[in-house]
Design a protein around this ligand. Sequence first.
Ligand code: SF4
Length: 473
Amino acid sequence: MCGVMGIIGSQSASRDVYAGLLALQHRGQDAAGILSFNFTEQRFHLLRGAGLVSQAFDQSSMKTLTGPMAIGHTRYSTVGLTEGRDIQPSIMPQPYGIGMAHNGNLANYKSLAEKIRASQNRYLQTGNDLEVLQCLLAEGLTSSTARDKIPGRFDFQDLCRAVEGIFDIARGGYAVVGMIAGQGMYAFRDPNGIRPLVLGQRLASSGGDGSFAIASETAALNITGHRLVRHLEPGEIIFIDEQGSIQSHRTKVVKHTPCMFEWVYFASAESEVEGRGVYGARLELGRALARIIQRDGHDAGLDIVVPIPDTSRTAAIAMAETLKIPYRDVLIKNRYVFRSFILNTQEERERALKIKLAPVASEIAGKSVLLVDDSVVRGTTARRLVAMVRAAGAKRVYLASTCPPVRHPCHYGIDFPDARRLVAHGRNGQQIAEEIGVDGLFYLDMQGLREAIALPSLCTACLTGDYPVEVSP
Ligand code: SF4
């Protein structure tokens, strides 16, 4: 998972993108980059660096990112490395000059990379699926332009033909934002709309200059003062030129299956994804899970409801209200340690967890504690936290997950591609509870999840094994 942001029409485009990336930091913390285009100079300017947005750029180098058009990226590695050429955005010089950044993953990345090497005689410089998308777009634009027989002329139909060619062969979940040198900014979403993308507008009268923004989440628009215009449709291609003229085309209409994990875990609580507020969905997830616990009579004897920070707080508040059990925020987070799930290796995650949370023993000792987490994926975090809460003197420790058991890998951009590393894979509820070391384990069910998110359809492949897009490599 990553965050993408693009701005066109603002003299502070790169600074706006920087601000937007800060609001998208939760989507990726490995690296960040900003690419701007200066129409006067007819030049791209690129800055990329490892780490957080605040670490990847310094104020003096930001001044080099001139021009009214810029795109940016916060990186969370699922394919490729975290350094050098694998950091996004990237530029492909021909045709026109194509800048691109993306969020998501191509399930058939390897076979597409092989095909590109063989058919285009092209050496791929990165291990990143972005380069594959960029090669496919470049190839499509080249042949589209050749068909028109007007060398150097770009028009929206060329872009649509090229992106439709990508939709025909690139399987996965991907949301792309990019720039065509001297022309404008483009964006597109995969035909299933698995990864989110929104369009925003800031009017000149509302402060700053009039501009358009495209971003992974509305949280990024809020920070730059862009008003949400709409969520891009699945399979939609959009192009905005320097004058602010927008062209849009929707192609390849298939079933819209946005990733349920956006509401469960990934998106920022203040964001709205596909028209559904994330905070409201998390309240409903908590209420539905509390009702399951009440229905089965497991609420008797529970003393406190404790969120595992940060994502589960909203759901835990709703659970405590529904169960009428005190809410206690007694796992204190060291806010300077990265989220454990997003770190790349098991070793990194284990090390981070040790210094990430500290229990308030005086509030825990002698109590039956209901821990609430957004999800249980590998089980590493849960196992260590349960041991920590027991060591703080808890009489009993229970765990509630607002996501049903994650039993299958994700091939669309979230980092759990290997089923063997999922604690729920091949285990029933009792076995998972033993593995984690809890006295009781409560999962939300599929019906509760669907009702809480309240959209007609979702991708739930990691829960059900029913993949909306073919996943062969
Ligand atoms: S498999 Fe799971 S995590 Fe991956 S896109 Fe689908 S719902 Fe989201």
